[in-house]
Design a protein around this ligand. Structure first.
Ligand code: NDP
Ligand code: 8X3
Length: 249
C-alpha cells in the first residue's frame, strides 16, 4: 500500500513541487489549497495518485471535518506537510496593517495548528506518521518589516519541537524546515502585492527553488522510520546573516 501524504498549499510554489515530487516518489498525495482549478490541473497532470481537495486554512469547520471528509481509502494519512502560508507586507510594526497580521496568524499559525491537531490522533493510533512544517529563516533571524511574519514562523519551529516531546516513544516524526531566500513561487507577489517589486527581490541572486525544498522533503520522509530530522535550516549561497544593527547619532 502506498503511503498517503497531505500537502497544504499545493496550488503554487513549494507545495506544488512537494506534491509533484512525492507522487513521483510513489506516495499517494492529497493536494489542498483554495484555488480549485489549480488543484484540478495538478490532478490532470499527475493522475490518480493525486487527490485534489479544496481546503481554506482559515476555515476551522472544514479543517475539523478532516479526515472524515476524505474518501475512505485516503483517510489514513502518513505524512502531513504544513506548507500553506503567507507573508503580507513589509511595513514596520508601527505602520503595518492589523488585518495583514490577522491573516498571517490565521493561516500560518491557527490553521496549521488546527490541521495538525485534526490529524495527529490518527497518526498516534496507527503509531505511524510524520509532520513536516515549513518554518522559515524569518523565524530565526529578525529583520526590519519581518515582525509578525517572522513571529508566525518562530511559532512553527517551537510548535514542532514541542510536538516531538509529546510524541516521545511514538513512531510519529516531526520536522521543521526553515528555508531562506527562495524564488520560483508566488511568495513575494503575495507579500508585496506588486509583481515588479516582487521580481526585483530575486534580481542578481541565485535563490533556492521549490524543487530544492521538494528534494529536502523527499529525503526527510524517506529516511528509515527511526530517524527524525528535527530541523533543517537552508539558504542559498548568495545569502547569509547580516549582523546586528546600530543606530548612531
Ligand atoms: P506561494 O505563495 O507560492 O504558495 C503559498 C501556498 O499557500 C499557495 O498554494 C496558497 O494556495 C496557500 N495558501 C495561502 N493561504 C491559504 C489559505 N488561507 N488556505 C489554504 N491555502 C492557502 O509561496 P511559497 O511556496 O513560497 O511558500 C510556501 C510556504 O513556505 C509558506 O508557508 C511560506 O511562508 C514558506 N516559506 C517561503 C519562503 C520563500 O522565500 N518563498 C522561504 C521560507 C518559507 P491558495 O492561494 O490556492 O489557497
Ligand atoms: C521567507 C524568507 O526572508 O523572505 O520566509 O522572510 S524571508
Amino acid at each position: 500500500m502506498p503511503k498517503i501524504a497531505l500537502v497544504t498549499g499545493a496550488t503554487s510554489g513549494f507545495g506544488k513541487a512537494i506534491a509533484t515530487r512525492l507522487v513521483r516518489d510513489g506516495y499517494h498525495v492529497i493536494a489542498t489549497g483554495r484555488r480549485q482549478e489549480r488543484l484540478d490541473a495538478l490532478a490532470a497532470q499527475l493522475g490518480k495518485a493525486l487527490l485534489p481537495f479544496r481546503l481554506d486554512m482559515t476555515d476551522k469547520a472544514a479543517i475539523q471535518s478532516l479526515p472524515d471528509g476524505l474518501p475512505e481509502e485516503w483517510r489514513a494519512i502518513d505524512i502531513l506537510v504544513n506548507n500553506a502560508g503567507l507573508a503580507l507586507g513589509i511595513a514596520k510594526a508601527q505602520e503595518a496593517e492589523i488585518s495583514d497580521w490577522e491573516r498571517m496568524i490565521a493561516t500560518n499559525v491557527t490553521g496549521m495548528v488546527e490541521l495538525t491537531r485534526a490529524l495527529l490522533p490518527g497518526m498516534v493510533a496507527r503509531d505511524r506518521g510524520h509532520i513536516v512544517s515549513l518554518g522559515s529563516t524569518a523565524g530565526i533571524y529578525p529583520y526590519t518589516g519581518g515582525n509578525v511574519y517572522g513571529a508566525t514562523k518562530a511559532f512553527v519551529e517551537q510548535f514542532m519541537r514541542n510536538l516531538r516531546c509529546d510524541l516521545l516513544g511514538q513512531n510519529v516524526r516531526v520536522t521543521n524546515i526553515a528555508p531562506g531566500l527562495c524564488g520560483g513561487s508566488e511568495f513575494s507577489q503575495v507579500r508585496l502585492r506588486d509583481n515588479a517589486r516582487a521580481a526585483a527581490v530575486y534580481e542578481g541572486t541565485h535563490p533556492l527553488m521549490p524543487d530544492d525544498i521538494a528534494e529536502t522533503v523527499s529525503w526527510i520522509v524517506g529516511l528509515p522510520p527511526h530517524v527524525n530530522i528535527n530541523q533543517i535550516e537552508m539558504m542559498p549561497t548568495c545569502q547569509a546573516a547580516g549582523g546586528l544593527a546600530v543606530a548612531k547619532g
